[in-house]
Design a protein around this ligand. Structure first.
Ligand code: MG
Length: 357
């Protein structure tokens, strides 16, 4: 799929692996949305990272109950697959990490129950991980970016983040829906396939778009808003497609150009504020090559470097939870069983980042 290895840093296999194999191996469970993944990370090396996606018919989204049912049906197979691929047994695993939140309630609970059970069966410590921090730590590991300004863009999240004083601080974010949710919901209007993902299919259609339809551009200070743009383009689609004023491809192109420009604008402003010379894109929308291209242009103009990963690591996966878990485990974090629940709302800046200086 999207495995471009181009000029943007971090598209290859991590070259920042640390030496030594007597270091802890962490198993990570992720299932906060329609992807379910189990990953194994040992000392900066991704040993396994299998994943399945719950794909619904065109015109429909994924509902929490159905998604949880999907995850429950495949999670034990994935666990076995991950261990086999890593060449490890349960004895070689030092810690079980799972996504505590944010995300959809039912899928989160299903995955947390399995993580908690496995931890007790194998007598291993447990770690509840913030999903957003999983994305950031995976991005840092894979690309080698040291202290980047992070654009985290996915179906559930849109945030511009930078590290300072033991927190990943949120400089800007969406005030309503996530950018990926805006794209996914527009894909439903056009009955675009959800396989492999609605965003990927919009990206392909956008390449054939010729006409830029003017859409609202909603940047409010450091924040962005997408719900009005979505309503506007839903109406426009009804009107303009009926009269032949534009094509579905033109609308995909226009939507991408508009919302990505908004994201680039707030990321640039955060970089200027922090004096940052690195930008890192994480989250499922982060593998969109047009977004990477627009961010790259902005970075070049500032003399900064852009870091991005491909779909294996920027789309939700188990290894990212294992990697954040690995950092937390090394820093001495443990989640007691009594506190091993989930939460649908869990902000990036709630976590004290004790593993960084
Ligand atoms: Mg995500």
């Amino acid at each position: 799929m999207l495995c471009k290895r181009g000029k943007i840093s971090g598209q290859g296999w991590p070259d920042n692996r640390r030496e030594g194999s007597a270091m802890p191996a962490v198993l990570g469970f992720e299932g906060s949305a329609n992807k379910i993944g189990v990953g194994v990370v040992r000392d900066g090396t991704v040993l396994a990272n299998p994943r399945r996606t719950y794909v619904t018919p065109p015109g429909t989204g994924f509902l929490p109950g159905d998604t949880a049912r999907h995850h429950r049906a495949v999670i034990l197979d994935l666990l076995e697959e991950a261990l086999t691929e890593a060449g490890l047994t349960s004895q070689d695993i030092d810690c079980i990490a799972y996504t505590k939140g944010p995300g959809m309630g039912a899928p989160l609970v299903s995955v947390a129950v399995v993580a908690r059970t496995v931890a007790q069966l194998w007598n291993k410590p447990l770690l509840g991980v913030n999903h957003c921090i999983g994305h950031i730590e995976m991005g840092r590991l894979i690309t080698g970016a040291t202290s980047p300004t992070v654009l985290y863009v996915s179906g559930g999240n849109t945030q511009v983040i930078a590290y300072s004083e033991h927190r990943y601080r949120i400089f800007g974010e969406t005030i309503d829906i996530a950018v990926g949710n805006c794209l996914d919901r527009f894909a439903r209007v056009l009955k675009i396939s959800n396989d492999p993902s609605p965003g990927y299919n919009i990206e392909q259609m956008a390449k054939r778009g010729k006409k830029l339809v003017e859409l609202p551009y909603t940047v409010k200070g450091m924040d962005v808003s997408f719900s009005g743009i979505l309503s506007f383009i839903e109406d426009a689609a009804q009107r303009m497609l009926a009269t032949g004023e534009c094509t579905p491809e033109d609308l995909c192109f226009s939507l991408q150009e508009t919302v990505f420009a908004m994201l680039v604008e707030i990321t640039e402003r955060a970089m200027a504020h922090c004096g940052s010379q690195e930008a890192l894109i994480v989250g499922g929308v982060g593998c969109n090559l047009r977004l990477q291209e627009m961010m790259e242009t902005m970075c070049q103009e500032r003399g900064a470097r852009l870091f991005a990963t491909d779909e294996r690591f920027c789309i939700d996966n188990g290894a990212m939870i294992a990697q954040a878990g690995w950092e937390m485990f090394q820093a001495g974090h443990r989640t007691p069983l009594s506190d091993s629940g989930i939460t649908q709302r869990y902000r990036t800046d709630e976590v004290e980042v004790t593993w960084r200086d």
